[in-house]
Write a protein that binds this ligand. Structure first.
Ligand SMILES: CC(C)(COP(=O)(O)OP(=O)(O)OC[C@H]1O[C@@H](n2cnc3c(N)ncnc32)[C@H](O)[C@@H]1OP(=O)(O)O)[C@@H](O)C(=O)NCCC(=O)NCCS
Length: 163
């Protein structure tokens, strides 16, 4: 039933990471935008633009046929061009998305755990992310050890130690 495994993301996953970025941006289906509109929004597309850049790392979940079904990855942002979940220079910000038909089968949690290991191996002490409080994904993050460090109007910035 839930036959999937996790592998490291490569340069060939750029398109799929874009797909998962669109899933993340469109988590609220009532407010979903077409892929092209999401990818033309520089505040969103910056999470995958030029993938892979130096410092990027990530994991892809694949089904029994090797087809990608979900991805989680980390990217560093500069203080003068921060992502939504920026906390400090040198703390990578994560993006997570799973294909709709594969959700609620443990893929998201497995990806988060794999990327935490990758971040640790890359020498990072922490990772961060931004999540809207209405998104149930926040409960997944809490259960994986993420703690809210800053709250905006609708969203929280969360951090987890990975060392
Ligand atoms: C958020 C997301 C990545 C989670 O991935 P997933 O593979 O569905 O998550 P998992 O199966 O690992 O489930 C993690 C937990 O969330 C719970 N969960 C899964 N789907 C749920 C739902 N629709 N409503 C409430 N809880 C849910 C699971 O029960 C699980 O908790 P448990 O282990 O205690 O049972 C996925 O739903 C997704 O891609 N959503 C759209 C994009 C998105 O919101 N990205 C994050 C933006 S910050």
């Amino acid at each position: 039933m839930s036959d999937f495994h996790i592998r490291a993301a490569t340069s060939e996953d750029a398109r799929f990471l874009g797909d998962m970025l669109v899933e993340a941006a469109n988590w609220n289906v009532a407010a979903a935008r077409p892929r092209i509109a999401v990818m033309e929004d520089p505040k969103v597309s910056r999470y995958v633009a030029g993938w892979p850049r130096p410092g990027d790392f990530g994991s892809v979940a694949v089904d029994a046929n090797g087809a990608p079904i979900g991805a989680c990855w980390g990217r560093l942002f500069a203080a003068n061009a921060p992502g939504y979940g920026f906390v400090a220079t040198g703390v990578p910000e994560l993006t997570l998305g799973v294909n709709a038909q594969w959700r609620a089968r443990g893929v998201g949690r497995a990806l988060l755990q794999a990327v935490a290991r990758q971040a640790s191996l890359a020498g990072h002490a922490r990772v961060s992310l931004s999540v809207e409080r209405a998104n149930f994904a926040q409960r997944l993050y809490i259960s994986e050890g993420y703690v809210t460090v800053e709250s905006g109007e609708n969203s929280d910035t969360m951090v987890r130690a990975v060392h």
